[in-house]
Write a protein that binds this ligand. Structure first.
Ligand SMILES: [Zn+2]
Length: 216
């Protein structure tokens, strides 16, 4: 078995044991094709993916799903893998008509999750979570809320099969889209320290070539 898949299998055991805290959709070679289209090296992308998944194992959740993500990100639901199939199923079985699916399922994490149990699609990995959930998953998320961390290893890249995520307010000259982050950010380190207050990681050193030494 390819080493990448072995690591994936091991991580999946933790995800199974930990439940939704470490929810994952991981074994996705098409994403590596996406990395190539973004000019990223496939091996580097695999390392970044595993680093991301280990972030879940440590208790981190997706930065692009924090409750205020829509202040920072535009979510293009129609570009998510499985969108057409999920919408067709809901329209047919639930007697819905356009644009009910887009206005409701595409904007509601719980509705999208319910649909994903009937028809596999990835929107529950993108849609922001409600603010007041009492689930432990969301408690972690609340603890991680500070300035939106664009450098986080827990941010998905813009691209999946199309541009799924876009920057809502790009700075002048800044692209609306981004490739997958490859490094652990200062914000990621701070989030892990909040979950495990007894650990004392070394002082944060911005990786060479990272976009920003300061966490924004
Ligand atoms: Zn993830």
């Amino acid at each position: 078995m390819e080493f990448f898949l072995i690591i994936n299998g091991a991580i999946r055991k933790w995800h199974t044991a930990l439940g939704p805290l470490a929810e994952v959709q991981f074994n996705n070679y098409k994403n590596i094709c996406g990395a190539k289209e973004n000019g990223q090296d496939a091996d580097a992308y695999r390392v970044a993916m595993i680093t991301h998944e280990l972030g879940h194992v440590l208790g981190l959740v997706h930065e692009h799903q924090r409750y205020d993500a829509h202040d920072h990100i535009i979510f293009n639901c129609q570009n998510v893998r499985g969108y057409e199939e999920a919408k067709a199923l809901v329209n047919k079985e639930d007697n819905r008509e356009d644009p009910w699916f887009d206005e409701n399922v595409c904007t509601n994490f719980q509705l999208a999750t319910d649909v994903s149990h009937r028809q596999k699609w990835r929107a529950p990995d993108y849609i922001s979570w409600p603010k007041d959930e009492s689930n432990d998953l969301f408690i972690f998320n609340q603890k991680t809320v500070g300035p939106f961390d664009w450098d986080s290893i827990m941010v998905y890249p813009s691209y999946e099969y199309g541009w799924v995520l876009e920057r809502k307010n790009p700075a002048p000259g800044q692209s609306k889209t981004w490739p997958m982050n490859a490094e652990i950010s200062r914000g990621d380190v701070e989030a892990v320290k909040r979950i495990y207050p007894d650990i004392q990681p070394p002082p944060f050193a911005a990786p060479a070539g990272s976009s920003s030494g300061e966490n924004t």
